[in-house]
Design a binder for this molecule. Structure first.
Ligand code: SF4
Ligand code: SF4
Length: 156
């Protein structure tokens, strides 16, 4: 399966050397490991602010490739979809999954060896079991009131 995220022509090890706000747009895009976890529906406790991930995926997520089925027009089809930027990462990092490259770098941590930027292979995120490949359920198959039955552990 080819990696739709372009990772060529980027500054060497930019993720280790440069602050997020100094990244070129294509470097910012290349940071995404393609795991698909941010496209899982989340449940947030209104009292504690605690966020739980579920296996229930956004209707546009492809369960095999772990990519958005309509990336270019996703905001038109799913208005609540959040586009991550260097300016809003601080606001949203709390609900991003523990393995998300944006969250890791924002927290001052290193990327995992399976990240495609390090491995040079877009498949390693799946081979490491770090993606949602093969285990999501489309949101239209489960009533929202039952989503709490599908909460998963968010492990790094
Ligand atoms: S969780 Fe982070 S690294 Fe994974 S697909 Fe979403 S934005 Fe990309
Ligand atoms: S619209 Fe696409 S990018 Fe946004 S949450 Fe859904 S699958 Fe993910």
């Amino acid at each position: 399966m080819s990696d739709p995220i372009k990772r060529e022509g980027l500054r060497e090890k930019f993720w280790e050397r440069l602050p997020l706000k100094n990244l070129a747009p294509k470097e910012w895009e290349a940071l995404c490991d393609g795991c698909g976890k941010c496209c899982l529906n989340k449940l947030e406790d209104p009292d504690t602010g605690e966020v739980a991930l579920t296996r229930i995926a956004c209707r546009l997520l492809d369960n095999e490739t772990c990519h958005c089925g309509q990336y270019d027009i996703r905001k038109q089809l799913v208005p609540e979809c959040i586009v991550m930027t260097p300016d809003n990462i601080a606001e949203y990092a709390y609900w991003l999954p523990a393995t998300c490259a944006y969250k890791l770098l924002w927290e001052g941590k290193a990327l995992y060896d399976w990240h495609p930027l390090i491995s040079g292979d877009g498949e390693t995120v799946h081979k490491a079991g770090a993606s949602v490949q093969g285990w999501t359920i489309p949101e239209f198959e489960v009533d929202e009131e039952d989503w709490e039955d599908y909460i998963i552990e968010d492990t790094a």
